[in-house]
Unconditional design. Structure first.
Length: 237
């Protein structure tokens, strides 16, 4: 299975994926070097993931995962930097929505775009699980994960949480690298949902929809109807 992992970081999302041929794109050379040491069999590209997607989306991928930078969207930046510290506001990075729209209309395989829960109402309604917004062309099953506090956790605690040991690797800012990771168990869950390795209980499908739609004031009816169509399509297979 051929997978494109964009904005790869140190690869927390792909840690538990098995039997995959992964190309990872990361713009920071130091982070990319750590990724190479953790996953020596992956093809690592040092470059702009946003541009790479535009130029290589049609290279035969079965699955594309994208995690664009979240800082300009995050509640923490808005509450701490702007409201509390009176820093100047910045524009949200709309590349996030560019990629969602681009993948939806131009990519034929399975795809997911991940980001933090935003301080504003999302322009495109996401699915929601474990502090993350996900936009995808498949239904993500509502699964509970153990609560954690990555904002306050030490490097050692984050390393233990993700089961990623960076102690013998060079590179500054390792706590930040670990804090930015998608929990490996969550990355595996998303992957399994993409290829229907996680089964939704259709008897409780309406509750399932309520669990993954976080926002309720915009476009919920259309999202709900779309998911019910997904349900019918899955039942026919």
């Amino acid at each position: 299975m051929k997978v494109l992992n964009l904005y790869a970081g140190i690869g927390g999302n792909r840690k538990l994926w098995k039997g995959v041929d992964v190309t990872a794109v990361e713009i920071n050379p130091e982070i990319a070097a750590i990724y190479r040491q953790l996953y020596p069999n992956d093809n690592v590209v040092v470059g702009d993931a946003h541009q790479y997607l535009l130029e290589h989306y049609n290279d035969g991928w079965d699955f594309i995962w994208s995690s664009p930078p979240c800082k300009t969207h995050s509640q923490m930046r808005y509450r701490c930097n702007y409201l509390a510290w009176d820093n100047k506001p910045v524009y949200p990075d709309i590349k996030l929505y560019e990629e969602i729209i681009f993948l939806k209309y131009h990519f034929k395989g399975k795809w997911v775009v991940e980001n933090t829960e935003s301080y504003y109402e999302p322009l495109i309604t996401p699915q929601f699980i474990q502090r993350h917004f996900f936009w995808a062309n498949f239904v993500i099953g509502n699964k509970q994960f153990k609560k954690d506090n990555v904002k306050r956790a030490t490097k050692e605690e984050l390393s233990q949480l993700h089961k990623i040991d960076l102690s013998k690797l060079n590179g500054k800012g390792q706590r930040e690298m670990l804090r930015n990771c998608v929990k490996p168990e969550l990355g595996l869950h998303i992957f399994n949902c993409a290829f229907k390795l996680f089964q939704v209980n259709f008897d409780n499908f309406d509750k399932h929809i309520d669990g993954i739609i976080k926002k309720s004031s915009k476009n919920v009816k259309s999202i709900r109807d779309s998911m019910k169509l997904d349900k019918l399509n899955l039942e026919r297979r």
